[in-house]
Design a protein around this ligand. Structure first.
Ligand code: DGL
Length: 265
């Protein structure tokens, strides 16, 4: 099982930000990535539909013999992680726990702003997990659904994206947040713009790096870590394929994605 691939999935190509972090930390692992681009966005769908999609996504990966799965979608993690973990026996790692760990890694954190999809904010998964682990934390969570299509449009430095950031973030900034948690795997591409946009001193947290560390810890504990030192391959499967998704994949991965295939679930 050690040399079996790792499965990673998301509703679209946003989860490739997690792939990038995993590749950096675990360069020997082969990765099979599934992006359900045909049914994106998940963030505005009901919890029942998200769970149904999540089970279909994970079965695609299991059929390809993966040894563990990373749910690189906050919305799926928020609504479906426990049900996936109950049903399947392999390690399944989500992105919310890593986000929480990353926020709390700074003992000085007091006021946290969270932006995520409507589904993730509405689940209160981040808010509960943070409040449970640190009392007195002030949390402002705002759904920022328009940022997903803006990122998918590659409008990473565009006046419309700027206007959306004002609407979503000004109220949090006015309340004095010291940390901004990016609770959606699409948002890390906005980090350069956010750095210019936010007042200095606000820490931006992308759960991807901590997620990769938790994946490494889980694989090590389960004795599933690939013993090689490098050479991991990446296979990308999308349920809808267009030139735009290929361009975006390059952007999210920060390098050529290689061949991308279209699949039907
Ligand atoms: N990547 C998804 C997430 O992290 C957001 C995109 C969607 O709405 O499907 O929640």
């Amino acid at each position: 099982m050690r040399t079996a691939p790792l499965g990673i999935f998301d509703s679209g190509v946003g989860g490739l930000t997690v792939v990038r972090a995993v590749q950096t930390l675990l360069p020997a692992e082969d990765i099979i990535y599934l992006g359900d681009t045909a049914r994106l966005p998940y963030g505005s769908k009901s919890p029942e539909t998200i769970r149904q999609f999540a089970h279909e996504d994970i079965r695609f990966l299991l059929d390809r013999g993966v040894k563990a799965v990373v749910v690189a979608c906050n919305t799926v993690t928020a609504h479906a992680l426990p049900s996936l973990q109950e049903q399947y026996r392999i390690p399944i790692i989500g992105v919310i726990e890593p986000g929480v760990v990353a926020v709390l890694s700074d003992p000085g954190t007091q006021r946290v702003g969270i932006i995520a999809t409507r589904g993730t904010v509405g689940s209160h998964a981040y808010q509960h997990a943070l409040a449970q682990r640190r009392t007195g934390l002030i949390i402002h969570a705002t759904p920022a659904p328009l940022l997903v299509p803006l990122v998918e449009e590659n409008w990473l430095d565009h006046p419309s994206t700027h206007a959306a950031l004002h609407t979503y973030l000004d109220p949090m900034v006015d309340r004095g947040i010291d940390t901004l948690l990016l609770g959606c795997t699409h948002y890390p591409l906005l980090v350069p713009m956010l750095r210019n946009f936010l007042p200095p001193g606000i820490r931006i947290v992308d759960p991807a790096l901590t997620c990769a560390e938790l994946v490494k810890a889980d694989l090590t504990r389960e004795e599933l870590l690939n013993p090689a030192e490098s050479g991991g391959k990446l296979e990308i499967h999308l349920t809808d394929l267009s030139e735009q998704f290929e361009d975006l994949s390059r952007l999210f991965l920060a390098r050529s994605p290689g061949r991308i295939s279209r699949v039907v679930l």
